[in-house]
Write a protein that binds this ligand. Structure first.
Ligand code: ADP
Ligand code: ADP
Ligand code: ZN
Ligand code: ZN
Length: 859
């Protein structure tokens, strides 16, 4: 974002001065925060950190930005609303880096999102090694997203869909009349095509295999679609006579070959069932032309240091950097296509210079990304497959490159997903941003990161109505004297004194995995105690998610299928296979075996950070099921009964009760020229989602829209129904008391989504034979909230269940019964078990990068 000329900030001020901030739970906060500094916003979940950093400071900056670039946006901003604050002075333009709220777009990759791909294409275009005599290509020729660059056979998809003959005609002994052409439509359309074949002179009463070869080929593979006269209810011989005599047919019909029928149906049918049926006659295979590399052959023939552009894009960034660094060595010359030719060694000095310049540019872009612990990613990795922490760090690295200054960056938990060993590089990047003249405000829970801030703003003391005040604002040391602060306890008091001393459990049995292979995890053997809590640790990219989130459930399911009753995946979305239902085999596969005691594990519950819904119609209340009960209670009120309103009347997804204008969305999209689309509250219902009649019904003085707007904590105080209370208690227990019941699922962070799923699980109670697999459950949680969550998980384990979690917070790891440390490094340098044992044993491992941090937490 470029600061517009007219940016209305007071350049003279060295601080941002906030007066009377009342957004959400903030209690008319007055605050002066330094500029050109690293400022950490701390406090328990729901205390008001985001309301201040994002909801007030960033929102106000954005409002001014909109107004200064587009005065006509003023009217719009009055609809969208400006933050509830009396005044903010000294506010620079702000760039927000929130946690990802929903999956990135399918086409976006690490390369495109960081713009490194552009430079790489330039490099191949300008200084790549071309085959002798080949013309120089443009940068666009190296992009699979352009017509010039895409492989002409698969149009840049990398895979082709084919309709093989054996699927179109599974039984060649049948006649066409008896259904030899299985892939053709059934019912009248099938009959019509068959009638067309008669008119075209085909014998539909001989076995398919006895038809002449050219006839079979034409029927199956022709791309022609001739108009054919159709005579219904006549014998083939009569039809032939009628055609010859030019008799007026019943009607004309468009013939379609079997293959084109299948492909057209698959690509164009509006009916999901028809598309599915079509897909059953198709196979998908890597494109034969480009071998799945998606580029046209001419572009694939160009290499740099021996690699074509897709090979370089598939390499871990660490390796890409290694290849590029060699180019900057003195004496480097571009490789020639033909070693025998005279090309080598006498490259044009200009070309050498261009190569060095482009390579230096690429390295400068790669280095912050690698420094932030992302060196095991590849440029072709889709951003939708990254964790929210990885995505945020990638964006952060991109910001460093943009060389902005005079900007305030507002970040949400930049340390999420980061091993303590990687935290130092994060702090270096943040310091770089500050030292180049920027201000960095970040909401943070990791104590090691908070300690490095120049300034702390601690909000609290409690959550929701019990929070919203600034308890402390100043340098770290001063926080020691802020008695009210919960954060202070964790920063300055010996943590061990706080925690209940817990006997480490040995587990009652063990789960053994052998030969596990997935991504960088190769032929790994590892044992997990059952009836215990295991933390899996390791630097970012070491293989923790590959093992715990992906391989483990696959293997358990495959090996113990007969014993497992249920694989509850916290209602995760199905994998992105929807994009290409035929793309079997392109997904990474897991191999290996699992052994466990028979019947010990009956249920696998996988709670990931994946978003819980893709539409704003799914929210915390609908997801947990509490809304069903609440709607039933509304329908049971005397007034609702008198009006015969059923529970469905109180759903914003159904026509009876919802606002007709926005159809229950509560918002309308507003398109702005040149600016991102903005959602404004619906003018008819004011964002309530309901029609006025529905809102005439009240339960304990609240309408159904009021209830959706309440926080979980407020709703708990409002409700007198024990079932509703049980749902809400589960949400409170995972630290989600601050979330509004109607908060759209799309607006939950990964950590919040995970905790909503976890709450639904906790409420289902104990079975004692469940395996819980959790991915960084404490991300986004203040240490105090994390302790509460851990108490719950320990409770599940005490009931006989098993918990395996990926974790970075050494305070939490120190409390586990068992630790499996993966590494030692990331990508190819990782994927192995470095140490496994009790926290004390792992902390003593000389080769583990986790050990020193764990040892410090155990002291
Ligand atoms: P934190 O960032 O410290 O976890 P938040 O600033 O997100 O806390 O929330 C502070 C309070 O504001 C909570 O009580 C929460 O329920 C409320 N709140 C947050 N977002 C909204 C919203 N969009 N509408 C109404 N209340 C909100
Ligand atoms: P961690 O959870 O420890 O951060 P991951 O399991 O996510 O590590 O990654 C381990 C390795 O596997 C990394 O090199 C990563 O780039 C690779 N990897 C992870 N997911 C994918 C994927 N969807 N496609 C290709 N490689 C992947
Ligand atoms: Zn292709
Ligand atoms: Zn409406």
């Amino acid at each position: 974002m470029d600061a517009p000329e007219r940016w209305p900030h007071d350049a003279g001020l060295d601080r941002v001065r906030v007066r009377g901030a009342r957004e959400h739970n903030l209690r008319s906060v007055d605050l002066d925060i330094p500029r050109d500094a690293l400022v950490a916003f701390t406090g328990i979940s729901g205390s008001g950190k985001s309301s201040l950093a994002f909801g007030t400071i960033y929102a106000e900056s954005q409002r001014r930005y909109f107004e200064s670039v587009a005065p006509y946006a003023r009217r719009l901003m009055s609809q969208v609303g400006s933050p509830d604050v009396d005044a903010i002075e000294g506010l620079p333009p702000a760039v927000a880096l929130p946690q990802q709220r929903s999956g990135g777009s399918a086409r976006s990759t690490v390369g495109s999102a960081t713009t490194i791909a552009n430079v790489l294409r330039m490099l191949y275009s300008r200084v790549g090694t071309y085959p002798q005599g080949a013309p120089m290509l443009l940068a666009e020729d190296f992009s699979t997203n352009t017509v010039q660059g895409a492989c002409p056979t698969c149009h840049g998809l990398g895979r082709v869909h084919d309709v093989p003959e054996h699927l179109m005609v599974p039984d060649a002994s049948l006649t066409i009349r008896d259904g030899a052409l299985a892939a053709w439509p059934t019912a009248w359309h099938g009959k019509q095509l068959r009638d067309s074949l008669i008119s075209l002179g085909y014998d539909i009463d001989v076995p398919w295999r006895d038809l002449p070869r050219e006839q079979r080929e034409w029927v199956l593979f022709t791309d022609e679609s001739p108009q054919v006269p159709v005579f219904t209810d006549r014998e083939p011989a009569e039809v032939r006579k009628a055609v010859a005599a030019g008799i007026e047919p019943r009607y004309m019909s468009t013939f379609q070959g079997v293959r084109s029928f299948v492909l057209n149906t698959f690509a164009g049918s509006k009916s999901a069932r028809m598309r599915e049926r079509a897909a059953s006659f198709m196979v998908s295979a890597p494109c034969p032309r480009c071998g799945g590399r998606r580029l046209k052959p001419e572009a694939l023939a160009v290499t740099f240091e021996g690699f074509d552009i897709t090979e370089l894009a598939a390499m871990p960034l660490d390796d890409v950097a290694r290849v590029l660094r060699a180019v900057l060595e003195p004496g480097w010359t571009p490789r020639s296509a033909e070693p025998s030719s005279s090309g080598s060694g006498d490259a044009h000095p200009e070309q050498l210079l261009a190569a060095r310049r482009l390579v230096a540019d690429l390295l400068a872009r790669l280095s912050p990304i690698i420094d932030l612990g992302l060196g095991s990613l590849s440029l072709d990795r889709t951003t939708s497959s990254l964790s929210s922490g990885e995505l945020q760090r990638m964006r952060l690295a991109t910001q460093v490159l943009s060389q902005l200054f005079g900007v305030v960056f507002v970040l949400d938990e930049p340390s999420a997903g980061l091993h303590p060993a990687d935290t130092e590089s994060l702090l270096r990047i943040l310091a770089t941003l500050r030292d180049s003249g920027n201000t960095v405000y970040f909401v943070e829970h990791a104590l090691d990161v908070i300690r490095e801030a120049d300034w702390i703003v601690d909000i609290g003391p409690g959550a929701g109505a019990d929070g919203g005040t600034v308890i402390y604002s100043g340098p770290l040391e001063g926080l020691q004297d802020a008695d009210e602060s919960v954060t202070r306890r964790y920063l300055f008091e010996q943590p061990a004194t706080e925690r209940v001393a817990r006997e480490r459990r040995a587990g009652d049995d063990r789960l053994e995995l052998e030969g596990v292979t997935r991504h960088n995890v190769r032929d790994l053997s590892v044992t997990f105690p059952l009836g215990a809590l295991t933390a899996v640790t390791g630097v970012s990219g070491s293989g923790k998610s590959s093992l715990v989130v992906q391989a483990l459930p696959d293997l358990l399911w495959a090996s113990l299928e007969s014993e497992i009753d249920e694989r509850a995946s916290g209602a995760d979305e199905p994998p992105a296979a929807a994009e290409d239902p035929l793309a079997h085999g392109t997904e990474a596969v897991t191999t290996g075996r699992a052994h466990g005691p028979a019947g010990r594990l009956r249920r696998i519950v996988q709670v990931s950070q994946k978003p819980i819904g893709r539409t704003s119609r799914s929210n915390v209340a609908t997801y947990t099921g509490v809304f069903d009960r609440i709607r039933t209670l509304f329908a049971a009120t005397p007034e609702a009964r008198r009006r015969r309103y059923s529970a469905s009347r109180f759903s914003f997804n159904l026509p009876a009760g919802r606002c007709p204008t926005c159809k229950g969305e509560g918002t309308m999209e507003v398109e702005l020229l040149f600016l991102p689309t903005v959602h404004a509250p619906c003018a008819t219902c004011g964002g309530s989602r309901y029609n006025p009649e529905t809102l005439e019904i009240e339960l304990h003085g609240r309408t159904v829209a009021d209830v959706l707007a309440m926080s979980v904590r407020d709703a708990r105080a409002w409700s007198s129904d024990s079932e509703v209370q049980r749902h809400l208690d589960a949400l409170l227990d995972v630290g989600l008391g601050y979330v509004a019941l109607g908060q759209p699922a799309t607006q939950l962070s990964g950590g919040e989504a995970q905790r909503v799923k976890l709450a639904s699980e906790l409420r289902r109670g104990q079975r004692g034979d469940t395996l819980y697999l959790l991915d960084e459950p404490t991300s986004g949680l203040h240490p105090a909230d994390a302790d509460r969550l851990m108490a719950h998980l320990h409770h599940l384990v005490d009931g006989g269940s098993t918990v395996i979690l990926v974790e970075h917070d050494m305070r939490i790891v120190a409390e586990a019964d068992w630790v499996v440390d993966l590494g030692p490094g990331a990508g190819d340098a990782g994927g192995r078990v470095v140490a496994a044992g009790t926290p004390e044993q792992v902390a003593a491992s000389p080769s583990s990068r986790t050990a020193p941090y764990l040892a410090a937490a155990l002291r």
